[in-house]
Design a protein around this ligand. Structure first.
Ligand SMILES: [Fe+2]
Length: 424
């Protein structure tokens, strides 16, 4: 991305267009459903990402901007205490008004104002304003992935297992169906290494400051853990053996009556899974997905391994291209791996987010920014685990080696899976 007003205007127009295209396969009814407190309706995502630009860019910084509807500040503020009181998160699915058509007009109103501001008022847009617009653009990309994971959870509640798009999650072809490449472990050097973002290009505040950490020599699995391996874990009584689990993890298994990854279902002795393309057979070679941190940790232990720390992952990913299968592929489901050459690390990016053994905590020297935008990341730095890499639902341009995603350890509705590590 580029902090030059016209280039930023182009990038912004494209991101806003992509968001609309993700909502396009969904009816107005689809876009209103909220299936659990953690997931939001598509309509809410469309409005909230727009509210972000209105609240943090246009209202305070664009001369003469007219707020679209003063009520929207209450309805579409997600968690910014500094901005004022807001509608309860679990009740987002109760908002039949404003209508979807009204939310579309809201988006158009804000889009026009942003484009006018950047293209004609570019001279008055100072560096700080351009920085907030760039943040809003990356914020909207985060919500693009949430639109997909949240609507997947919503559609999965429907007994008819309706597809988001019929052509999503196409079946694997030929040998890939049964035979993943063998799992090998690639040695990685330890030592004192630099991690975190520094230098040019956008990064969220939680990716810095860049600092040094000490790593013992380690090895990383050359591919992601597959559905076949999780099926073997299940067949070996994995979900019933407390010795494989963290205490809180086994409590989650018991409380949730977990016997398989989220969206999996056994029918006549065969395993099926709900995908954004509807119900599909579980493919043994495909990366396992929709696992909580607790499941990732237990499966790793069962496989005689562990999860990598976020710094081991970042060390291994440093300098590697952001290649893989992302939302742009249109698959919207993790694809079976192709054999990695010479013990290289396959699927470092894309397919599924990889749980790490690292708690989401501030880096040494991290300071939250002043003002409401200081609430963006810093206040969530407790009780969550870091995921790295990106998924089949992530926009490719959103990802980088220092990117830190984070979710609570029992969260399963993201495209989250497992890469293994071992001490060297
Ligand atoms: Fe947000």
């Amino acid at each position: 991305m580029e902090r030059e007003p016209r280039r930023l205007a182009d990038a912004l127009a494209e991101v806003r267009r992509v968001t609309q295209s993700l909502a396009a396969p969904l009816s107005a009814e689809d876009q209103m459903v909220q299936s659990m407190p953690d997931a939001s309706p598509t309509k809410w995502h469309l409005a909230h990402t727009t509210w972000f630009f209105e609240t943090f860019v246009l209202a305070p910084r664009a001369p003469g901007y007219r707020v679209f509807d003063p009520h929207f500040n209450y309805l579409f503020n997600s968690y910014y205490e500094s901005v004022g009181p807001r509608h309860l998160r679990p009740a987002r699915g109760l908002l039949s008004r404003p209508s979807l058509a009204e939310v579309k007009r809201y988006r158009e109103h804000v889009d026009e104002a942003l484009q006018r501001f950047l293209r004609e008022g570019g001279a008055v847009a100072d560096a700080a304003t351009l920085e907030v617009i760039e943040l809003g653009l990356h914020h909207e990309q985060q919500h693009q992935e949430l639109i997909l994971t949240d609507v997947k959870h919503a559609l999965a509640q429907n007994p008819m297992a309706p597809a988001y798009r019929d052509d999503a999650a196409p079946a694997a072809r030929g040998a890939a169906l049964d035979d993943p490449p063998p799992l090998a472990y690639r040695p990685c050097e330890g030592g004192l290494v630099e991690v975190g973002h520094a230098g040019p290009g956008f990064a969220f505040d939680n990716e810095g400051p860049r600092h040094r950490v000490y790593l013992r020599p380690f090895t990383l699995g050359t591919r992601l853990v597959t559905c076949g391996e999780v099926l073997d874990f299940m067949a070996d009584g994995g979900y019933r053996r407390p010795t494989l689990w963290l205490a809180a993890g086994f409590e989650a298994v018991t409380r949730g009556a977990w016997t398989a990854p989220l969206y999996w279902e056994e029918r006549d002795g065969a395993w099926w899974q709900f995908t954004l393309g509807g119900s599909r057979p579980v493919e043994r070679a495909a990366p396992a997905c929709h696992l909580s941190y607790y499941e990732a940790d237990a499966v790793a232990r069962w496989m005689g391994a562990r999860l990598p720390t976020e710094f081991e992952w970042e060390r291994a990913a440093a300098g590697a291209p952001v290649g893989g299968s992302f939302v742009e592929s249109g698959r919207l489901h993790p694809a079976s791996p192709t054999p990695a050459a010479n013990g290289a690390l396959g699927h470092l990016y894309g397919e599924v987010w990889q749980w790490t053994a690292s708690a989401y905590a501030p880096y040494p020297g991290f300071v939250t920014a002043g003002g409401a935008l200081g609430e963006y990341n810093g206040k969530f730095m407790v009780g969550q685990m870091v995921l790295r890499g990106g998924s089949c639902a992530s926009p490719r341009s959103h990802l980088r080696a220092t990117y830190r995603n984070f979710f609570p350890p029992d969260a399963r509705w993201q495209f989250s899976g497992i890469r293994l590590a071992r001490d060297a």
